[in-house]
Every structure is written in C-alpha cells, then in structure tokens.
Design a protein around this ligand. Structure first.
Ligand code: BG6
Length: 478
C-alpha cells in the first residue's frame, strides 16, 4: 500500500504526568487526585482514599515509572525513535501544590523547563496538556470542578505555565478528554468531584447538575486560558482533546440509528462544538431541559466561550461501540462509555473493541464537522507484554498500529487535514482506569510491576524498532 503522509507530519507519542512521573511528594509537589487512587485491575475497581495511607495501600502514581528521574533517558529513547513531537502534561500540583496558592513552586517550574530543554536538544516539539486528570487534592475538598472558584485557580496556573514556557512550547491542550464529564465516569477522575457514597473511581455516584456545572466551568477555564495565551504569545496554537468513542447503530432499526445519533451528539460532538465552534449546540439546550439539568452560566461565560475557541481538533481513539435500544444485548466496556458488542470486531483483553476502519470514519466525521487541522493525540492497545531476556515481542501492538496508520493514510487521501499522531503511549505508563502496569501501552518497556516492584530499567520492544522505521519512512514502511 502506498501511504502518503504530508512532509511535516508530526509523528510522536504521548504520556501524562500523573501516569509517568512518580516523585509524588518530592521537591514541593502536593498530592493530586491520581495520588489518592489505589491500584486495581480489570476485575478490581480502584479505590479512592482522600487520606493517603501508604502503609495500607499501594498507590501506583507515587512512583509510576519514575520519569521524574529518568526523563533524560526516556527522551533520548524517544529521539532514537525519531519523534517529531512529544505530548506530555504538566502536573498542576507540582507547580501549585494546593492549587490555590498565588505563587508557584519554583522547583516544579524548573523540572518542566529541564524537560523542554531536553526535548529541544533533539528537535522534538512539545505538545503540552495543561490539565490531564491532575487536580490538586486540596481542591477536591471544595467540590472540584463543580466549584466556580476552581476556574480562577486553573487560570492562575495556566497563566503561569503559558508565560513561563512561552519560548519553549507552541502547541497546548487546555484539557485532556474534556468530554469525560458527559458521563458519570468522569466525575472523579476528570472533574475532581467526590459525591457522597462514591468509593471507587469506576463506580461513582452521579449528580448531573454538579457534573455539567463542572464541565461548563472547564469550558470557561479553557476559553480564558486560550485568550490569555494569545496575549502572551500570538503564535501559540490551542487544541481541543475529545475522548472520541465512535458509535454505530447495532441494527438498521431507525430507533437504534436515532439513539446512536443522540449518543454521538452528547458524548463526542457537544464538547468539540463548544471548544471549536464557540457555542453550546442546540441539542444540548434541549437535553438540559428534558433532563432538568441546571447550572450557572452567565452572559460573560457565553462571551468568553465564543472568543476563546481552539485552533485545532485533537482526539483519543481506542475503540468503537454499538448502540441499541435493546437492553438485553451484551455490553462491552470502554473508557468513558461502553456499548453493545460489535460482532465484526475483536476486542483487547480489557474488552476494548479494535476498529481501525472506524478511525478513518471518525477522522472524516470530525473533519467534516469542524474543518480545522486534526491530530490524533491518543491511540493504542493495552496488552500484557512478555518480557524475556531483555526482549519484548509485541507483534499484536505492531499489527494494531499498522492497521490504524493505514486508515490514517486513507483518511488523508479522503482529504482530511491530519497533521499529527501521538500514540498512547511513548513508554509504559500506569493505566488510568485500572492502575495496573500489566496493561502496557508503550513502545518502551519499563521493568516495574503492579506492586511497584522491578528495576525500572527501560527496554526497547519490537514495536520500538518498527515505529522508528515508520517515522523515518514517513509512514511508507509499515
Ligand atoms: C485515555 C486517558 O482516556 O485513555 C489516558 O487520557 C488513559 O490517561 C488512556 O491512560 C488509556 O486508558 P487506560 O485506562 O487503559 O489507562
């Protein structure tokens, strides 16, 4: 197959601070919400403990893969793969330990400065997520994102980092997967909301009024960050980031088709519309009315949202799901929402349905809707890797990427302006939903297990060498 990618296509990889850094209480860093999540598994839900008790529980983010100390080695390996771009996040509590201070923690600022210096050494463009599920734990106590005060705290944080790194970074993502709050699963992890009775990350008590208030506050915060950012450096480019769970009707029954359209609007389109088009879409006004959902939204908020729109569209893509009105149908899991099993697709061990063609479909879907440059900022397969004599033969990962990249090329041929790709992940990380290391995503293997045991040594998987060739051939050699 002749795969044609644009000359300056941004090949790279992604991570998030809370899933790689570790050093959770070092050099002035405060605890964030990920630091309060106990390890779980596919079968065991992740417990949330506001009082962190390391004697009793194991919290994987506390050491993670210790990127805090290994970043030079990690970036060197990324450079060896030929990365043009590296998507990472800035841990809010590393800069503002409690989230509400006026002055930043200098040690925290220094750490990211060092990372940017290292990236520059290898000509790797940073793509920085300002908020990737990393709310300082202190702000959880005031209701997380459902409290409007958090907008100001975030803006203060964003202003500092945008200013501090104005010469180091061009591409920014104000919020990771901002649409996570369109479902109850987003309450804790994304919104910092801990409703009474919530014990685990997966099984959360839901209050839609609070949840949509929190999402609205994030839209306003994002818009403010974009507006301030443009004043700081007019060359900054801001991207939305949507957890795109593409949905298909399970049957051609018109009721299934209609429900699929509604799910797509709510989960996928709504947040993209607000951040790219600059307004609440008509279908959400109707949704709020029908479900009696109320939250504070001022005229000033509407003005800000209109003004602070993003420049490019990015999304994570792992799977697709089917939608049906039939409640009896078998459901499969997904990250922010599950759905009906698609009989034509295989799934990962964690039951995420693998659908490369769905990526081409999704790219066309979003490009048609927004017409702005697109980046895929997460895509990958969580799998159990076998480590033997320093080698990891992850042909399943290579197959997954090969098939997805083929579809990206076809979407480009369709006319989609796809400008970059940062697979999840550059290097093994702690899984967000399960807290496992066993659910591995990286091109680089890290010797650490689900209990935090291991040498932390880094090893190149077979996919490392394969991806290196993909990048050097600009997607020709798959
Ligand atoms: C995305 C998140 O939803 O999915 C990442 O942005 C996360 O933080 C990724 O790691 C994969 O999910 P999981 O639960 O397998 O780690």
């Amino acid at each position: 197959m002749n795969t044609k990618f644009p000359k300056n296509f941004l090949w790279g990889g992604a991570t998030a601070a809370n899933q790689v850094e570790g050093a959770w209480d070092l050099n002035g860093k405060g605890p964030n919400l990920a630091d309060a999540m106990v390890a779980g598994s596919h079968k065991v839900e992740r417990k949330i403990t506001l009082d962190i008790n390391e004697d009793k529980y194991y919290y994987p983010s506390h050491v993670a893969i210790d990127h805090y100390h290994y970043y030079k080695e990690d970036i060197k390996l990324m450079a060896e793969m030929g990365y043009k771009v590296y998507r990472m996040s800035i841990g809010w509590a590393r800069i503002f330990p409690n989230g509400d201070e006026e002055k930043p923690n200098q040690e925290g600022l220094k750490f990211y400065k060092e990372i940017f210096k290292e990236l520059k050494k290898y000509n790797i463009e940073p793509l920085v997520t300002i908020y990737h599920n990393e709310m300082p734990l202190n702000l959880v106590k005031i209701g997380g994102w459902s409290n409007r005060k958090v907008i100001d705290y975030y803006v203060n944080f964003a202003k500092f980092v945008l200013n501090e790194y104005k010469d180091d970074v061009t591409y920014w993502i104000p919020f990771n997967e901002i649409n996570d709050l369109t479902t109850g699963v987003g309450n804790w992890n994304h919104g910092g909301i801990l409703n009474e009775g919530t014990e685990t990350f997966q099984n959360q008590k839901d209050d839609p009024n609070k949840r949509f208030a929190a999402l609205h506050n994030q839209f306003v915060a994002s818009a403010k960050a974009v507006i301030i950012g443009r004043e700081i450096n007019k060359n900054f480019k801001f991207g939305t980031m949507i957890c795109h769970i593409t949905v298909y009707p399970l049957t051609p029954h018109p009721d299934d088709v209609l429900l699929t359209q509604q799910e797509d609007q709510l989960r996928n389109c709504f947040s993209g519309d607000v951040q790219i088009k600059g307004y609440y879409p008509y279908f959400m006004k109707n949704y709020f009315e029908k479900n009696n959902i109320k939250f504070e939204c001022t005229d000033e908020d509407i003005k800000l949202i209109k003004e602070g729109v993003c420049d490019f569209y990015t999304f994570s893509y792992y799977m697709t799901n089917c939608i049906t009105i039939n409640k009896e149908v078998t459901q499969v899991s997904g990250n922010i929402m599950g759905g009906a099993k698609n009989p034509y697709l295989k799934a990962t061990e964690w039951n995420w349905q693998i659908d490369p063609v769905g990526l081409r479909y999704t790219l066309n879907h979003v490009y048609d809707r927004y017409g702005v440059p697109i980046m895929i900022t997460e895509n990958g397969i969580g799998a159990k890797d076998v480590f033997e004599n320093g080698e990891i033969h992850d042909d399943y990962r290579i197959d997954y990427y090969r098939e997805h990249i083929k579809q990206m090329a076809l979407a480009i041929e369709d006319g989609v302006d796809l400008v970059g790709y940062t697979p999840w992940t550059a290097i093994d990380v702690v899984s967000c939903s399960t807290g496992e290391m066993a659910k591995r995503y990286g091109f680089i293997y890290v010797d650490v297990d689900d209990k935090g045991k291991g040498t932390l040594k880094r090893y190149k998987k077979d996919s490392f060498y394969w991806y290196k060739d993909v990048i050097s051939s600009n997607g020709e050699k798959l």
